[in-house]
Design a protein around this ligand. Structure first.
Ligand SMILES: Cc1ncc(COP(=O)(O)O)c(C=O)c1O
Length: 410
C-alpha cells in the first residue's frame, strides 16, 4: 500500500484568520465545531461523493454536509431541475406549480401522511410541528428525549446556553430514550397539558453511542400517546430517506401524526417539510408560520428530482448497503491494528467510537489523522453515507483508516 500524504491546509487557515476579523468565531454554528488548527475549513469544489478544499486536497466525504447530500454533490438531474425552475422563476409574487407537485409526491411517498407544508431548515419543520400540535390540542407542553436535537431555536437548546433564558425551556419536558416508564410518569403528571411527544426515530445524540429503538418501544409510546391525546411528532430531519423512503417510522412499525423532514429532502438545496395526517389538517391550516424564502421554487424542483432519483435507485437500501460495507471494513481495519472500533446507529449514519485506552481523545486523534489523509469524518457526530459513494471510496477510506491507525501508534 502506498503511503498517503497528509494534507497541508495553510490556505484554509489563512482564510479562517480573515474570517475571524469579520465573522464572530470565523466559522460559527455546527460547521465551527469541526474547525481545528490543522483541519480543512473552506472548499473549492465538490462532485459526487467528494470535495476539494481550497488547498487542493481531495476528500471522500462521509459527512455529506451534515446530511443534506444524499445522491451526490452537483447531481445532474437535481441541479438541472433546479436550474430550469430558476430560469422560469424562483422567488416570484405567486407560488410555483412545483409546490403542488412536490406536496403530492411527498404525500404519495411518505406512509400515512395527507398533507405537506414547506420551509427552509429542519428547525422550521420542528417549530411548525409544535405549533400545529398545540393548535390541535390546546395544550402547551412538549415532551422530548434527553439529548435529542431538533434545531437551534432557543426552546430547543440546552437550558443555560448563552442567549437563552430560563422561561424558554419551561414548557419543554424531557425523558430518557428507550424508557416508556419515564414517559408514562411525565404523562401521569402533566398528561392533560401535553401537546406532543417529539423524537427522532432512533436516538442520535452527539458525543455518545447512538441507540436504536428497543423492541416494543415505539408501540408503547404510541399506545401511551393515543391514550392521553398527545400528538406524536417524528423528527426525521436527520435520518429521513436513509432508513426507508416512506419515512423511518415504517422501519420501526408505528404511525406518527406529524413527520418532519429537512436535510436530504433537497440534496443540499434549501428546503424542509412538515407532513401530517388528515386529523391535523385544520390545525395546520390555522397555524401561521412562514418566511420570505419559503416559496422559493428552485429548491422545490430540486427536491422533487431528489425524491424521484432516490425512488429510481432504491436509495435508502443503497445507502444502507454501502454503510454496512463501510462499517464492516473499518471494524476489520481497526481490529487488524489492535483497536476496537464500535459502530452504532443505522448503517447509513454510523457513529464511531474507539473503545479502550485513550477514550475520546484517542478516538478524536484517529479521526483527525483520517481527515488529514483525505477521509472526511467527524469524531463527535454521526457520519453520513450517500448513494454516490463508490467502491473506490470504500477502498480509499479503509486504506486511510489503516494508515491513520499506524500514525496513532507511532
Ligand atoms: C434531528 C434533527 N432535527 C432538526 C434539526 C434542525 O435542522 P436545521 O439545522 O436544518 O434547522 C437537525 C439538525 O441537525 C437534526 O439533526
Amino acid at each position: 500500500m502506498t503511503t498517503i500524504e497528509t494534507a497541508n491546509t495553510s490556505q484554509s487557515q489563512a482564510l479562517l484568520a480573515r474570517a475571524k476579523s469579520v465573522i464572530p468565531k470565523g466559522i460559527s454554528g455546527h460547521y465551527g465545531y469541526a474547525v481545528s488548527d490543522e483541519s480543512p475549513v473552506f472548499f473549492q469544489s465538490s462532485s459526487g461523493s467528494r470535495f476539494t478544499d481550497i488547498d487542493g486536497n481531495e476528500y471522500v466525504d462521509w459527512m455529506c454536509a451534515y446530511g443534506p447530500m444524499i445522491v451526490g454533490y452537483n447531481h445532474p438531474a437535481v441541479d438541472t431541475a433546479a436550474a430550469s425552475q430558476m430560469a422560469a422563476g424562483n422567488t416570484v409574487s405567486l407560488a410555483a406549480p412545483v409546490l403542488v407537485d412536490l406536496a403530492e409526491h411527498l404525500v404519495d411517498m411518505v406512509d400515512g401522511v395527507d398533507w405537506a407544508r414547506f420551509g427552509k431548515n429542519g428547525a422550521d419543520s420542528t417549530t411548525l410541528a409544535v405549533m400545529v400540535a398545540r393548535a390541535a390540542t390546546g395544550r402547551k407542553y412538549v415532551v422530548k428525549v434527553d439529548g435529542g436535537y431538533h434545531g437551534a431555536a432557543a426552546w430547543m437548546q440546552t437550558p443555560g446556553n448563552p442567549g437563552t433564558v430560563d422561561g424558554e425551556h419551561d414548557l419543554i419536558l424531557s425523558v430518557p430514550w428507550n424508557d416508556p416508564a419515564a414517559l408514562q410518569t411525565v404523562i401521569d403528571e402533566h398528561g392533560d397539558d401535553i401537546a406532543c411527544f417529539m423524537s427522532s426515530p432512533y436516538h442520535h445524540p452527539v458525543f455518545e453511542d447512538n441507540e436504536l429503538p428497543a423492541d416494543g418501544y415505539w408501540s408503547a409510546v404510541e399506545a401511551m400517546c393515543r391514550n392521553a391525546g398527545i400528538v406524536i411528532v417524528v423528527d426525521d430531519v436527520r435520518s429521513g430517506f436513509r432508513i426507508d423512503l416512506a419515512g423511518s417510522h415504517v422501519a420501526y412499525g408505528f404511525s406518527p401524526d406529524l413527520v418532519c423532514f429537512g436535510k436530504a429532502l433537497g440534496n443540499g438545496h434549501p428546503i424542509a417539510a412538515l407532513t401530517g395526517t388528515d386529523a391535523l389538517r385544520q390545525a395546520a391550516t390555522d397555524t401561521f408560520y412562514t418566511g420570505t424564502q419559503f416559496f422559493n421554487a428552485a429548491p422545490m424542483a430540486a427536491s422533487l428530482a431528489t425524491l424521484k432519483e432516490l425512488q429510481a435507485i432504491d436509495g435508502a437500501n443503497r445507502v444502507t448497503e454501502i454503510g454496512q460495507r463501510l462499517n464492516a471494513g473499518l471494524i476489520d481495519v481497526a481490529s487488524s491494528r489492535g483497536h476496537d472500533l464500535r459502530v452504532t446507529g443505522i448503517p447509513a449514519m454510523p457513529y464511531y467510537r474507539l473503545a479502550g485506552e485513550g477514550g475520546f481523545k484517542q478516538h478524536a486523534r484517529w479521526i483527525a489523522e483520517c481527515v488529514k489523509r483525505g477521509a472526511y469524518l467527524l469524531s463527535y457526530h454521526n457520519n453520513f453515507v450517500s448513494t454516490a459513494h463508490t467502491d473506490a471510496d470504500l477502498e480509499r477510506t479503509w486504506d486511510i483508516a489503516d494508515q491513520a491507525f499506524q500514525a496513532l501508534d507511532t
